[in-house]
Design a protein around this ligand. Structure first.
Ligand code: B12
Ligand code: SF4
Ligand code: SF4
Length: 386
């Protein structure tokens, strides 16, 4: 067996002919070229062995409560860090990265909420398609191959790191060598014994710490470590009452948060392209608050919405209204008034918060029977200045 197979514990399957390193290298190159020809911007190969560091980190963060109530890869760390659980006898992971860097469109004139860049279009879809072509080629040659993109069964950043695509930034994102972090990541896990990367990328952050200083909620508690309970990217997805401590910091964001990447020198210097694409960087707040459930869910497309419950989008929009709406705008007043008497206490509570922020006290009920609303009435914010 070749030495490189031994090094990563890669064992050719009993029913397959061992292939020479030269054959494996040529086959690997072909597959990588196929991915690149199908819209994958960066591609590499990692060994499909247990990702011990990620496993230990997931367990440690769970025990410290840094995952808050997130499930995803935290649900079963022993599965999400071992590709062989999902693909028996897996030997390699072809890891792809697709850029979502594109010039920001101008802010619209109507009252709008901000969408994070990774959701401006369905970038996961083009990555899935590119990896799908690679996976089909492997299967056509008799190998097992499965695509995982943003899937609970596999940690994507560690796979990309092991494939040599980039380094972990202090903002916890994987920064692609020479291109920054505006990339989505995914893998094809296969039992084909490909030639894997042997040298992870060097750290490129150096002494910089701009991301730590720019996080609006101080969620980067140590370089590379996010406390999800403070991270706006999680709080907009998390079901339930939005933590009052972070509602003002949410500012105009309705989905995702880019602050720790928007200040990152390698990301803004190298990552922004003028790739022509149709993007949706803003959504119209008042229009969305008027939509019925089906319309609202259709309008948010691929966003991750817990239980596909549109209430969480409306909750976020109501907070944004309190942060950027104007009390002198009749349409804003009408929306707040409507939701202050909404049948759903969760929405009523967030509308009450916004009413208080805008000084629209005439819409705030003196009392209520629902505990969520009562709690809100006990914790009204100061009127917004400016
Ligand atoms: C859970 C999750 C989240 C959570 C938690 C994020 C976090 N940083 O912990 C929330 C909802 C907050 C989130 C937010 C975002 N996410 Co997210 N998320 C995931 C998900 C589903 C799992 C991540 C995971 O398991 N992490 C496990 C922990 C242990 O990994 P880690 O935090 O990377 O930890 C590593 C480092 O700490 C490193 N390390 C160890 N020691 C040290 C020491 C130093 C000094 C450093 C720097 C690092 C380091 O090793 C650890 C183990 O691998 C993945 C998809 C997937 N299936 O993998 C997407 C994913 C990570 N998210 C992604 C994106 C795009 C985002 C957002 C940018 C979206 C947005 N704009 O709002 C933000 C970024 C927030 C941030 N600063 O991290 C991309 C990341 C792409 C990239 N280039 O890195 C992924 C990979 C999705 C995808 N398939 O493309 N996300
Ligand atoms: S995504 Fe936003 S809230 Fe989360 S760590 Fe980055 S800057 Fe902070
Ligand atoms: S802002 Fe600076 S420290 Fe943070 S990820 Fe980017 S280069 Fe690294």
């Amino acid at each position: 067996m070749p030495e490189w197979c031994l090094r990563f514990g890669i064992v050719p399957l009993a029913n397959q002919q061992p292939i020479s390193r030269e054959e494996a290298a040529a086959y690997t190159e072909q597959l990588l070229a196929l991915g690149t020809a199908h819209s994958i911007d960066r591609i590499g190969v990692a060994p499909a062995a247990t990702m011990q560091r990620a496993r230990e980190t997931l367990h440690a963060r769970k025990s410290l409560g840094l995952h808050d109530t997130m499930q995803f890869t935290y649900r079963n760390p022993d599965r999400s860090t071992n590709p062989q659980v999902s693909v028996p006898n897996a030997q390699s992971m072809i890891v792809g990265a697709c850029s979502y860097a594109t010039d920001a469109p101008p802010a619209p004139l109507q009252l709008s909420a901000r969408v994070a860049r990774y959701a401006w279009a369905n970038y996961y879809e083009s990555l899935r398609e590119g990896l799908g072509v690679v996976s089909d080629a492997l299967r056509a040659d008799g190998w097992s191959a499965h695509v995982f993109v943003d899937h609970n069964a596999l940690v994507d950043r560690e796979s990309a790191y092991l494939a040599g695509l980039g380094w972990y930034g202090k903002n916890a994102n994987l920064l692609i060598n020479g291109a920054g972090s505006f990339f989505v990541l995914g893998s094809v896990v296969t039992d084909a014994p490909l030639v894997v990367n042997e040298r992870p990328a060097d750290d490129g952050c150096g002494a910089c710490k701009r991301c730590l200083d720019s996080c609006p909620t101080n969620a980067i508690v140590e370089p590379g470590v996010i406390d999800a309970a403070k991270c706006l990217a999680w709080l907009v997805q998390k079901p339930g009452v939005f933590n009052r401590d972070y509602r003002v910091a949410l500012a105009d964001r309705v989905y995702g948060c880019d602050s720790c990447q928007d200040v990152c020198p390698p990301t803004i210097r190298l990552g922004i392209t003028t790739k022509p694409s149709v993007v949706r960087a803003w959504v119209p707040i008042l229009q969305m608050l008027e939509m019925d459930d089906a319309q609202l869910l259709e309008s948010v497309g691929q966003w991750y919405i817990a239980d596909r419950n549109p209430m969480w989008v409306r909750r976020n929009l109501l907070i944004v209204l309190g942060n950027i709406g104007s009390a002198s705008d009749e349409a804003v007043r009408n929306a707040i008034q409507k939701f202050c008497t909404h049948a759903e206490p969760m929405l009523q509570a967030h509308a009450i918060w916004s009413a208080a922020r805008l000084g629209l006290n005439q819409f705030i009920p003196a009392t209520d029977e629902d505990p969520t609303v009562v709690e809100e009435l006990r914790n009204l914010p100061e009127v917004r200045v400016g």
